[in-house]
Design a binder for this molecule. Structure first.
Ligand SMILES: Nc1ncnc2c1ncn2[C@@H]1O[C@H](COP(=O)(O)OP(=O)(O)OP(=O)(O)O)[C@@H](O)[C@H]1O
Ligand SMILES: [Mg+2]
Length: 443
């Protein structure tokens, strides 16, 4: 690219273009292209190096672990020295809270670009952390940050947030695409060359006016996103990318006045805590990375006053719900066309597995029949368009989770029966062929 030439970058996918257009030709998003400037610095001639892979030391791969095992799990076993982690999430979700907790535990250098040292200290005190373990700086020029990290010999640098860091070497305002990209790549370069871990905190913006962390995903090693429902206190930390571990791992936390606490008894959040025996509830198991989570589907089926009855799903795919309703009408003979059907997954959990199909169908049936399902009964099967039940993945793991949580009876598809029985000693396991068979055996 020639000196100081302008170009345009998509804040959604990071693709760059020489001309502006309303729609990104790479990802198809609208209004995501923003102007950026190419770095003007002269390219240094670098030394040519080549060596056998076997000569590379493996010593540096010992991971640094935290007392929060949930965080270690999401990172694939802990923080790999020299790795760069991007911690993204909506404003106020708890990124700074988690960062400061990590900083205190691992004696990190904390670069606070958004909050004053007083605010950070106040938070650290509220969380009951030892403030003397944290080195804090409010410098936000990337060169200066690196210099400070060198000076204090930091093993971990936490930058909160990357949008507040700029590089004086290149033009553009703080938070612009080129600034964020350049600052992040210089920090990545520093991390790799000095074996220092870096955590970059990044905001997700819906309108793309500030360079979003999406742009950085390909240059960092691990991408973690904080999700959660603000009306509830629990937070899910999800790994979207991990060069050192499996993705789709989740960590469960609870936001309290004394900071983020890990949720150990994870099933408690998603299962019925009051042991109510109201009709319309059914329990299933979801696989999230290396763990299994039991969750409850709640359903409400009521007479509809509309000619087009309503279907609403919270935490479950709406189209899948419509499909399950259609299967129940056609193959079970339920007259759902005069009823509104509402589905909710308890605890604000999001399910995107077809293994939950049977529990959704059973919750709907339970609400329509006004007859509750016995506590301690679990369901897992995919519902096909023909009304037959299909096997699910990793059935053994799900059965084990049910068994450990004290469930007494499981309804699975015929295809899963053998495997489920092997894993579920002591539980009554029934294999059924179709959805109507499942309904008949429960009600
Ligand atoms: N005294 C308190 N008691 C309980 N929870 C609190 C308290 N103070 C703050 N919180 C929680 O901390 C959250 C803010 O966390 P934090 O500042 O870490 O978020 P953030 O993701 O860094 O936000 P931002 O994007 O604005 O920097 C609040 O939404 C609230 O849930
Ligand atoms: Mg913050």
């Amino acid at each position: 690219m020639t000196k100081n030439r302008k170009y345009f970058v998509c804040t959604g996918c990071g693709a760059d273009f020489t001309k502006w257009s309303g729609k990104c030709m790479s990802c198809g998003e609208w209004n995501t292209l923003v102007e950026a400037e190419a770095p003007s610095g002269k390219k240094k001639k670098s030394e040519l190096t080549v060596f056998p892979l076997s000569s590379v030391s493996r010593e540096n791969l010992t991971r640094e672990t935290l007392s929060m095992t949930e965080f270690n799990i999401v990172c694939g076993g802990g923080i790999v020295p020299g790795s760069v982690i991007l911690l993204g999430g909506e404003p106020g979700i708890g990124k700074s809270t988690l960062s400061i907790q990590i900083a205190a535990e691992l004696k990190a250098l904390y670069i606070s670009g958004e909050e004053s040292p007083v605010q950070v200290r106040e938070r650290a005190e509220r969380l009951g952390l030892d403030a003397s373990r944290i080195q804090i700086s409010t410098n936000n020029e990337v060169g200066e940050i690196i210099e400070i990290a060198r000076k204090v010999k930091a093993g971990l640098v936490i930058v909160d947030s990357i949008q507040t860091v700029y590089s004086s070497d290149i033009p553009g305002i703080m938070g612009s695409v080129s600034q964020v990209r350049e600052s992040a790549s210089r920090l990545v370069d520093y991390a790799k060359k000095n074996n220092v871990s870096v955590i970059l905190v990044g905001h997700i913006t819906k309108d793309g006016s500030i360079a979003g962390p999406k742009l950085l995903e390909h240059i960092v090693d691990v991408v973690l996103y904080f999700e959660g429902d603000f009306s509830r206190d629990f937070r899910v930390l999800r790994a979207f990318k991990n060069r050192y571990g499996s993705v789709n791992e989740i960590g469960l936390f609870c936001m309290t006045a004394s900071g983020l606490e890990e949720v150990r008894e994870k099933n408690r959040i998603f299962l019925n805590p009051f042991k109510s025996s109201a009709p319309g509830n059914a329990v299933s198991a979801a696989i999230e990375g290396s763990r299994t989570i039991l969750f409850e589907v709640q359903s409400l089926v009521t007479y509809s006053s509309f000619s087009n009855p309503r279907r609403m799903a919270d935490g479950f795919d709406l189209n899948r719900l419509i499909l399950i309703c259609a299967v129940l009408e056609k193959h079970v003979g339920m007259q759902l066309n005069t009823f509104d059907v509402f589905i909710n997954v308890s605890g604000g959990f999001n399910i995107n597995e077809t293994a939950a199909d049977l529990s959704v169908a059973m919750a709907i049936s339970s609400s329509l029949k006004d007859s509750s399902i016995d506590e301690g009964t679990g369901f897992m099967a995919e519902v096909s368009l023909s009304g037959e039940l299909r096997p699910v993945s990793q059935v053994e793991k799900r059965v084990q989770e049910f068994r450990m949580s004290g469930f007494k009876r499981l309804i699975v598809s015929m295809g899963d029966l053998k495997k489920a029985k092997e894993a579920g000693e002591g539980i009554q396991i029934e294999g059924v062929k179709t959805i109507s068979e499942a309904i008949n055996s429960v009600f």
